[in-house]
Design a protein around this ligand. Structure first.
Ligand SMILES: [Zn+2]
Length: 299
């Protein structure tokens, strides 16, 4: 039987927010079964914002949650790390409005979880098993989820840039490949868009240390961690955004040139209509769509 999991001990880090540039201290703490992933603003009397589709605030270049006017920005990399490492329950404390960007990937968060250790809890994990497909289209953007016995993500992107072009990447969240193939993939941005974005109050914390910077035809700060690091990062973002469903899913997710807005539109559609899924437990832990065992956490 696949069980819910949390971490064994509190772990912390510090950094700056990618968009706000604000300094922030972050701490991940163990939480009881059925808690889910919950953010807590320690600078606002511990105000709690659940990582749930019903708290999605705004989605453009990052996914932000808001509850009663309290913002938690750029949640997707940490949530992706939690799903990838099989963590169902945790409290994430932060003392500012945006999570730290760290190296631009989910790897530092995975390393924190690894350092804390993973603890299996008594409650059986409940999954959302998709029983009907959902397909969403917007212009040439596409996202869909199909019934399947495990959780997989396939993503395609197509950027007219000599270092990117068309890339497709598929990952199964069962076999440890998330940690090796997805978690290290960093966020990326185009140098020629940077000024306009800064004027919109974005990327104030961006640097060559936390973003792959693309010039018109090259990478400003090589080396890449993978030749197709760009599409791998999109997979990372999508897994983080789908964490807002609040349960692990059993389904095959396919995305083509989607983005945070379409990712979270899929979350809303799933949460809104219960006829698309049923709740189930998994007898066979090896088919659980997460890296259930601590053994698989050795990178
Ligand atoms: Zn990202």
């Amino acid at each position: 039987m696949a069980h819910e999991q949390t971490i064994r001990a509190a772990v912390s880090c510090s950094g700056v927010g990618l968009h706000s540039g604000a300094p922030v201290n972050l701490r991940i703490l163990p939480a009881p079964a059925r808690t889910g992933l919950v953010f807590r603003r320690t600078d606002l009397d511990g105000f709690q914002v659940e990582a749930s589709g019903r708290n999605v605030a705004r989605v453009s270049y990052a996914t932000s949650l808001m509850k009663k006017g309290v913002l938690i920005s750029t949640t997707e990399h940490l949530l992706s790390a939690c799903i990838g490492a099989g963590i169902d329950n945790a409290i994430v404390e932060l003392d500012n409005l945006e999570l730290p960007i760290l190296d631009g990937s989910a790897r530092p968060f995975v390393e924190m979880i690894k350092k804390a250790g993973v603890r299996r809890q008594r409650k059986a994990r409940t999954y959302l098993r998709m029983v009907r497909e959902i397909e969403l289209r917007e212009g040439d953007k596409f996202i869909a989820v199909y019934p399947a016995n495990s959780y997989s993500v396939s993503y395609s992107i197509n950027f007219p840039h000599p270092q990117i072009g068309r890339q497709t990447f598929c990952v199964q969240l069962t076999n440890g490949s998330y940690l090796r193939e997805i978690a290290p993939a960093r966020t990326f941005g185009f140098l020629h868009e940077a000024d306009a974005m800064r004027q919109q109050g974005l990327i104030r914390g961006a640097s060559a240390e936390n973003v792959i910077v693309l010039t018109r035809d090259d990478v400003l700060n090589p080396p890449l961690r993978f030749p197709d690091e760009f599409v791998r990062h999109k997979v990372l973002d999508l897994i983080g955004d789908l964490a807002l469903i609040g349960r692990q899913i059993l389904g095959s997710v396919v995305a083509d040139r989607a983005g945070h807005a379409m990712h979270t539109a899929l979350v809303s559609r799933i949460l809104r209509d219960k006829s698309y899924w049923e709740e189930t437990t998994l007898e066979d832990e090896t088919s659980a769509p997460a890296l259930a065992s601590t053994a698989s956490l050795s990178l």
